[in-house]
Design a protein around this ligand. Structure first.
Ligand code: PMP
Length: 433
């Protein structure tokens, strides 16, 4: 099977000096029956090579940002060129303007923009801004949606925490958690009730306009429209967390794809081309509250640094080429169709949710439209599948409801290789239907 001796010994060393051996809990293999996480040494295009020399086709894409594949030449040269001119100035630069203009052109609701360093920072600032603008304290979010690791939203968050079976984090003041109302995704009736009850106290409604954090879960028809309408009637702002979704499915956000506008938007991941970045923005009237224009303070030593801005610019330029998203969609379609038919052939119950070049395979026979549905997927079966796929040379996110991300670096051969790996993996599993 898989020889990972060097990963194993590195893991022992890592456990000694890095808490849990990983720098983000979602990288651990705890959700897939524990064991040694694979230590990667190198990545190129659609592939990873680990410390023992094994090659994997990568469907993690670093949890989203690596949409062009690893070490894309346009991104790499943009970084090298920028680095040669100094990595950090602490002054404004022209590059930041051009990049902000690019973002606004693609996502016009972001009339004004501010760059930060991560998705967490972007979301946490939109919350402060919604509070500053409305003079209210409460935030409403949807169960299972992950909006970063700030105190404000680490309540009923999906992704990392819940796969580990820890619904909330220790260390969050109950006074803060009390300001967060959580409602099931795609449940407009529950949303309406929450608005009726707390509407006049809600500063912002935080929405993943298409969920990426308990797998790919699209909004039900009219869900986003109703959320907008009811939130606005109550005087609350609507904040779209498009950290995962922006530039994932087309050159823009879910908001431009579905033609619906939030008041504020948070971005991250893809817009940094793999370097640390976040951005938030929205209506000018709201953004006017941000320092130095207004009373809401937010700052950052590394914000808008030339490396992240240059990498992001090169990434978006590449994504703007014709045919990019059609290709991602076509690969997603081929791969997901084959997975469904193989599951049928081998008698394994799965539900597959797909949007373009991203999809999730849930080991359940039930449709998945909310967090509860995603949680009901069989973690044990996923763990088996995950290990078989790893041994076949395919790297998936170690979570039963994370997405598979296609990149522009995946080839038709990689897709066929993956289909054969799925076939052999399913064959080794006990039928569930
Ligand atoms: N929002 C969403 C929707 C995310 O998926 C993530 C990260 N998975 C974040 C916010 C936090 O972003 P970061 O990890 O860059 O802080």
């Amino acid at each position: 099977l898989l020889h990972i001796q060097r990963s194993e010994s590195l893991y022992q060393e890592a456990l000694d000096v890095i808490v849990g051996g990983v720098n983000s809990p979602s990288r651990s293999f705890r959700a897939v029956g524990n064991g040694t996480p694979i230590f990667m040494k190198k990545a190129q295009g659609a592939y990873f090579w680990d410390e023992d020399g094994n090659r994997y086709v990568d469907y993690l894409a670093a949890f989203g940002p690596i949409i062009l594949g690893h070490a894309h030449p346009a991104v790499t040269s943009a970084i090298v060129e920028a680095a040669a001119n100094g990595v950090l100035y602490g002054t404004p630069t022209e590059k930041e303007i051009r990049f902000a203009q690019m973002l606004r052109e693609a996502i016009p609701s972001m009339e004004q923009i501010r760059f930060v360093n991560s998705g967490t920072e972007a979301v946490m600032t939109t919350i402060r801004l919604a509070r500053a603008y409305t003079g209210r304290d409460k935030i409403l979010k949807f169960a299972g949606c992950y909006h970063g690791h700030s105190d404000l939203v680490l309540v009923a968050a999906g992704s990392g925490p819940s796969t580990l079976g820890i619904p909330d984090s220790a260390g969050i003041p109950s006074s803060i958690a009390r300001e967060v109302i959580t409602v099931p995704y795609n449940d407009i009736q529950a949303f309406e009730e929450a608005i009726r009850h707390w509407g006049d106290q809600i500063a912002g409604v935080l929405v993943e306009p298409l969920v990426g954090n308990f797998g790919i879960v699209p909004p039900a028809p009219d869900f986003l429209e109703q959320v907008n309408k009811l939130a606005h009637q109550a005087g609350a702002l609507v904040i779209y967390d498009e950290v995962i979704t922006a530039f994932r499915f087309h050159y823009g956000g879910i908001q431009t794809l579905f033609n619906i506008e939030p008041d504020l938007t948070a971005l991250g991941k893809i817009i940094g081309g793999g370097l640390p970045i976040g951005a938030y923005g929205g209506k000018r009237e709201i953004m006017d509250k941000v320092a130095p224009m207004g009373p809401m303070y937010q700052a950052g030593t590394m914000a808008g640094n030339p490396l992240s801005i240059s990498a992001g610019t090169a990434c978006l330029q590449t994504l703007s080429h014709p045919g990019v998203y059609e290709r991602l969609d076509q690969m997603g379609k081929t791969l997901s169709k084959e997975i469904l038919s193989l599951a049928d052939q081998y008698g394994i119950n799965i539900t597959l949710n797909r949007m373009g070049g991203a999809f999730t395979v849930y080991f359940t026979g039930e449709p998945v439209t909310d967090y509860q549905g995603a949680q009901s997927a069989d973690g044990e079966l996923f763990a088996q599948f995950f290990r078989h796929m790893l041994a076949e040379g395919v790297y998936l996110a170690p979570s039963k409801y994370e997405a598979w991300f296609l990149t522009t670096a995946h080839s038709d051969e990689d897709i066929q290789f993956t289909i054969r790996a799925v076939k052999r993996s399913f064959k080794k599993m006990k039928p569930t239907k």
